[in-house]
Design a protein around this ligand. Structure first.
Ligand SMILES: Cc1ncc(COP(=O)(O)O)c(C=O)c1O
Length: 407
C-alpha cells in the first residue's frame, strides 16, 4: 500500500496502484475451516449429499431459532426462493416493488409474467416509500415486495398497514438483512414471508444459498413441496414445483459460518466505525449510518457522493479507486427500471422514480468484511481524502482526457 502525496502518485495519473491485490466488495466471510472440512468429510461418509439431509435440517433449525420464526426453508439461492414464495402466495397481475434493488427482485416477478410496478424510495432510508406505494395500487395489484436495502429494515409497520387495508400479500426481500432487527425483533418474522440470500458475497454465506422464513404453517408446507418439484411422496405431486433445494455442503458451510456470526458482525462494526470516523469531515461524502439500537450486520459501507461539493462525480471517484485496485461498486446502478427488459416495457417509469434516479448516481459502496483490515481501510480513506482535496486539478485532467482512459 503506498501513500499518495502528489498527483502523479495516483495510479490513474501514472503512479503505482495503492494495492497490489484488488480489494473487493463482498469478499466471502469464512468461518472455522477445520470444522467445515470435518462436516464435509461426514457428508461424504454418510453418502447423503442433498434432499433434506441432516445438515440442511440442522441449518434450518438453527436459522429458525436465531430469527425466532416458526419455519425456515433453506433453498439453493434467494432468487429461486423469491420465485417460489411469489408462486406459493399466488401473486398475479401487478406487484409493487422498488426499482432500487438488485435485478433479481424484479426478475422473480417478471419471470412469472407478473408485472413489477416500480415504486420510488425514501431518500433517507433508501427503502421503498410507503406513501408512494399507496399511489401505485390498482385493481390488478396483488402484493408488495419490500427490500431491506443494506440490511436497514423497510418501514414495515406502514407497509403492513397498507397491505392489510388493501388485502395485499406482503413479502420482504431480506437478501441483505440476515442478523438484523426491526423494533427489537429479528427480520424474518414479518409480512407473509421474508427471503434471505446466503450467496458468497453476503454476510453469512453457504457458497450459494437462500432461505424463506415464515410463521405461516400452510405456506411453509407449500414452500417445502414446491422447492422439491411438488412431491408429497414418492411418485405423487400436489403442486407444480421446481428444484430449489439446498445441498448438504452448502448447509455445512452455513452452519460453520453461523458459529462465527458474532465475529463477522464485530469485524464489520469495527470497519464501519473506522470508515465513519476517517471520512466524517470530507465535504460531500456522507458515510451512511446504521441504527445502533437495532441488531445490524453492518455488511455494507455506503457512501453518498454529493458531486456539487466533491466536484469529482461518483463515477470519476469509482474510476480513480479502481485504478488503485480498490474495486468500489455503484449498487444498484442504474436501477431496475433502466435495465432490460424493464427499460423497454416501461420507458417512462423514471418519471415516478426521481429519488431512485438521484440515488443511483450518488451511491458508492466500499470494501469491508473479514477480508479487509484497518491499514487497508486507512489507505482507502486517505486516497479518497487526497483526491477530494485535489478535486479541481484532478477533475480538469479527467475532463480534458475524456477520450483517454482517464475520462
Ligand atoms: C436485494 C437482493 N435480492 C436478491 C438477491 C439474489 O440473491 P441470490 O444471489 O442468492 O439469488 C440479491 C443478491 O445479491 C440481492 O442483493
Amino acid at each position: 500500500m503506498n501513500k499518495k502525496s502528489v498527483l502523479s502518485d495516483l495510479a490513474i495519473l501514472g503512479g503505482y496502484p495503492a494495492f497490489e491485490e484488488s480489494l473487493h466488495v463482498g469478499r466471502p466471510n469464512i468461518g472455522n475451516r477445520k470444522k467445515f472440512e470435518e462436516r464435509v468429510d461426514d457428508i461424504l461418509n454418510r453418502r447423503w449429499l442433498t434432499n433434506a439431509g441432516f445438515y440442511v435440517k440442522e441449518f434450518e433449525r438453527r436459522l429458525a431459532e436465531l430469527i425466532g420464526v416458526k419455519h425456515c426453508i433453506a433453498m439453493c439461492n434467494a432468487t429461486t426462493a423469491l420465485e417460489i414464495t411469489i408462486r406459493a402466495l399466488d401473486l398475479k397481475g401487478e406487484v409493487i416493488v422498488p426499482s432500487f434493488t438488485f435485478i433479481a427482485t424484479a426478475n422473480a416477478l417478471q419471470w412469472q409474467e407478473i408485472t413489477p410496478i416500480f415504486c420510488d424510495i425514501d431518500p433517507k432510508t433508501h427503502n421503498i416509500d410507503p406513501r408512494k406505494v399507496e399511489q401505485m395500487i390498482t385493481p390488478r395489484t396483488t402484493g408488495i415486495v419490500g427490500v431491506h436495502v443494506w440490511g436497514r429494515p423497510c418501514d414495515i409497520n406502514a407497509l403492513a398497514e397498507i397491505a392489510r387495508r388493501h388485502k395485499l400479500k406482503l413479502i420482504f426481500d431480506a437478501a441483505h438483512a440476515f442478523g438484523c432487527s426491526y423494533g427489537g425483533s429479528m427480520l424474518g418474522s414479518f409480512g407473509n414471508a421474508e427471503i434471505f440470500s446466503f450467496h458468497a458475497t453476503k454476510f453469512l454465506n453457504t457458497l450459494e444459498g437462500g432461505a424463506v422464513a415464515t410463521n405461516d404453517d400452510s405456506l411453509a408446507v407449500k414452500l417445502r413441496l414446491m422447492k422439491n418439484f411438488g412431491f408429497t411422496e414418492f411418485d405423487k405431486t400436489d403442486y407444480i414445483g421446481v428444484n430449489g433445494k439446498m445441498n448438504e455442503i452448502s448447509a455445512a458451510m452455513g452452519l460453520t459460518n453461523l458459529e462465527s456470526l458474532n465475529d463477522f458482525v464485530d469485524i464489520n462494526y469495527r470497519n464501519y466505525r473506522q470508515y465513519r470516523e476517517e471520512l466524517s469531515d470530507i465535504e460531500g461524502v456522507n458515510c451512511m449510518g446504521y441504527d445502533e439500537k437495532e441488531r445490524c450486520n453492518y455488511q455494507y459501507i455506503i457512501l453518498e457522493i454529493d458531486a456539487s461539493q466533491t466536484i469529482l462525480t461518483r463515477d470519476q471517484l469509482i474510476k480513480l479507486l479502481h485504478a488503485e485496485n480498490i474495486l468500489a461498486r455503484r449498487y444498484f446502478y442504474p436501477g431496475c427500471h433502466r435495465m432490460e427488459p424493464y427499460k423497454s416495457y416501461f420507458p417512462h417509469a423514471g418519471l415516478m422514480l426521481s429519488e431512485t434516479g438521484k440515488l443511483t448516481d450518488r451511491v458508492l459502496c466500499l470494501p469491508t468484511g473479514t477480508g479487509v483490515n484497518e491499514a487497508q481501510i486507512n489507505s482507502v480513506c486517505q486516497i479518497l481524502r487526497f483526491v477530494i482535496e485535489n478535486n479541481d486539478a484532478i477533475s480538469s485532467k479527467m475532463n480534458t482526457c475524456k477520450e483517454s482512459r482517464l475520462g
